[in-house]
Write a protein that binds this ligand. Structure first.
Ligand code: MG
Ligand code: ZN
Length: 228
């Protein structure tokens, strides 16, 4: 056993959000602000204040775009997304210490796979929503929607992924920033949080460590995930 895993009560496993976490800002919101399709703001607000489900909201947001805008939307997101500092180093750290790393994202395949391509994460370690451009408007598909233990309307159900790793065996760590992380944050042993997720963790009194870069995350993981 490595010195690291002896610092954790059980084998650590990491579930990491994409939009606003691996990337500097939320790519869906950035695209909406840029193209500004009429009606997006009230849908976005509804998702954030949890008056509509994430699945309903994200589906509605993308349906505001005709499928003919596929390349334009994709290129805008890919060209404008920045990767948060320390991300490659965190992946390296996980490899070194044999800590499984999963991307658990409420975002969409057509921008997530290209943006993650340089980092060599196995495809079966990336969970996100799908997309269909065959109709008049962009349709989001849901290959990982909620199972019978979750009625949150997640779209991509982080809790279903997390629950596959039993608490007996795993020390479950979630890294995230916002509303797509709220349900998962309630399940895990430790949350690394930014932005709205930090507020939610304070509100619900969940164990969390606010972070800015993935170097901060590595620092805390090196010390067994405890506050220091
Ligand atoms: Mg996010
Ligand atoms: Zn769910």
């Amino acid at each position: 056993m490595s010195t690291l895993t002896s610092k954790f009560p059980r084998q650590p496993v990491i579930f990491c959000d994409f939009d606003g976490t691996i990337t500097l800002s939320d790519n869906i919101i950035a695209a909406m602000k840029h193209f500004n399709p009429p009606g997006w703001e009230s849908i976005g607000m509804g998702i954030l204040n949890e008056s509509i489900t994430i699945q309903e909201g994200v589906g509605q947001l993308f349906s505001l775009f005709p499928s003919s805008m596929k390349d334009e939307v994709k290129e805008y997101i890919i060209n404008n997304a920045g990767i948060r500092k320390g991300f490659p180093e965190l992946l390296e750290w996980c490899k070194t210490h044999n800590v499984p790393f999963y991307v658990t994202s409420g975002g969409i395949d057509f921008f997530i796979y290209p943006l993650l391509e340089p980092f060599g994460i196995p495809a079966d370690h990336i969970y996100c929503n799908g997309s269909d451009f065959s109709g008049d408007n962009i349709t989001i598909t849901w290959p990982h929607s909620c199972d019978d233990k979750c009625d949150n309307g997640c779209g991509m159900c982080k809790t279903a992924v997390i629950r596959r790793f039993s608490t007996d065996e795993f020390y479950r760590i979630l890294i995230g920033d916002s509303v797509t992380d709220f349900a998962g944050a309630k399940l895990v042993d430790l949350v690394f949080s930014r932005s709205h997720l930090t507020d939610k963790c304070i509100e619900l009194n969940l164990p969390h460590i606010p972070f800015e870069t993935f170097h901060d995350v590595i620092h805390h993981l090196d010390t067994g995930g405890q506050r220091s």
